[in-house]
Design a protein around this ligand. Structure first.
Ligand SMILES: Cc1cc2nc3c(=O)[nH]c(=O)nc-3n(C[C@H](O)[C@H](O)[C@H](O)COP(=O)(O)OP(=O)(O)OC[C@H]3O[C@@H](n4cnc5c(N)ncnc54)[C@H](O)[C@@H]3O)c2cc1C
Length: 362
């Protein structure tokens, strides 16, 4: 394995929210929603060892720890975070070639989309449909990120984890991660810190079979066919931009956590939800949260014309709740509660958040 350090230089510019020269004092400066009150104390972990050391030292004295990557899946309360905020900035990448494949071991602090761009440019297939997802690599196993027919569990062969309970660094295999749809063993607990992940990519100029209909159409191919990696990346980025799903300072529709609500997984869909797009996942029925929300009367742009209009459903994507500027977390969560309750009243289905809520609830 040949470690390449300083990967930000190799991979291009770091994510917008990893401006390590500025010293943030509020969580609003560290989250893509631009919401969240004051941070008690902020430290930067520039290596895996430093990350472990900072977490262990805080645990030793009982100081609450909040790990922040790109802040793109985090909703933090207006009271902020009373303890230690750790910005993950470890940035090494190791590569190992084997039989037409490459195993890459990527530190938690590497910006995910820089990694995707670099692998596409290098002719390595496996990440291309996950182009444009904000945030850092270390958070990708947390909710098993995915888009356009792929998820990180498809390519992950292992990771290193710091277990805050046993205070040990452990190698984990994919089975241990209990990956599911937007979930994993890391999702509902603060116990584990992901230090690095190892991904298996295939040396090939063409993508794997494109399964997602909308993407296949955009590429002008039939579902199941392949396309050049760079074309797939460009098509995904185009589609994402049209939905406000690529971070853009000037586009308030991207001042979000992506999908706020997760598609509900049910043993059985209620009769009222007839017509709702559905998929079989993990032996259960997954319903489209976007359809449920729209049918309950919450359309794109909902909230813009009401009150101060500081929060709204994105004008481009029903699942994204957005900060239009000057919002508070309380306002965003009031909107989330209104939508959740409206869907429950109409369909008897309670939507849950995909995002991580810290020091706040709804
Ligand atoms: C515009 C937009 C589009 C998006 N599109 C998608 C999409 O297509 N698919 C998708 O799956 N997601 C999507 N997301 C959600 C988000 O980008 C992903 O969940 C991403 O992986 C979060 O990474 P992050 O570094 O920003 O995590 P953060 O938001 O910083 O953290 C998220 C959670 O993980 C924890 N965490 C962070 N790093 C670590 C670590 N190293 N070890 C353990 N815990 C850690 C944090 O404490 C927090 O609880 C989107 C978000 C936005 C804003």
């Amino acid at each position: 394995m040949s470690p390449i350090s300083g990967s930000r230089g190799v991979l291009g510019a770091a994510a917008v929210h990893l401006n390590l020269t500025a010293v943030p004092t509020t969580l609003a400066q560290l989250t893509t929603l631009r919401l969240g009150g004051p941070a008690g104390r902020v430290e930067v972990a520039a290596s895996s060892d430093e990350l472990v050391r900072l977490v262990a030292a805080a645990d030793e004295v009982g100081e609450p720890v909040l790990l922040v990557g790109g802040g793109s899946n985090l909703v933090v309360g207006d009271a902020g975070w009373p303890g230690l905020v750790i910005r993950v900035a470890s940035d090494t990448i190791g590569r190992e070639d084997a039989d037409g494949e490459q195993l890459i071991t990527v530190a938690a602090g590497v910006a995910w989309d820089d990694l995707v761009a670099a692998t596409v440019a290098d002719g390595l297939a496996g990440l291309e449909t996950m182009s444009g997802i904000p945030g850092l690599t270390g958070a990708t196993p947390v909710q098993n990120v995915g888009a356009y027919g792929s998820e990180v569990a498809d390519v992950l062969t292992g990771l290193r984890v710091y277990d805050r309970l046993s205070r040990t660094v452990q190698p984990w295999g994919p089975q241990q991660c209990r990956f599911g749809f937007r979930t994993s063993a890391f999702k509902h607990t603060d116990r584990f810190v992901v230090l690095d992940v190892t991904l298996r990519l295939v040396r090939r100029r063409e993508s794997g079979p494109v399964r997602y209909l909308e993407l296949a159409r955009r590429l002008g191919i039939e579902p199941g066919e392949s396309a050049p990696l760079a074309d797939v990346r460009d098509a995904v980025l185009d589609l994402r931009r049209s939905k406000g799903m690529v971070l853009d300072e000037a586009d308030h529709d991207s001042w979000s956590v992506g999908s706020f609500f997760v598609n509900p997984l049910l043993d059985e869909a209620p009769a009222q939800a007839e017509g709702c797009p559905r998929w079989q996942t993990d032996g259960r029925t997954k319903l489209s949260a976007a359809w449920l929300i729209e049918q309950a009367g919450f359309f794109r742009g909902w909230g813009l014309d009401r009150g101060r209009g500081t929060v709204s459903v994105s004008t481009k994507h029903t699942l994204a709740l957005t900060n239009r500027g000057g919002a508070t977390t309380a306002e965003l969560l009031a909107l989330a509660a209104e939508i959740r309750d409206g869907v429950q009243a109409r369909f008897g289905i309670r939507l849950g958040p995909e995002a991580h809520l810290r020091n706040c609830a709804f």
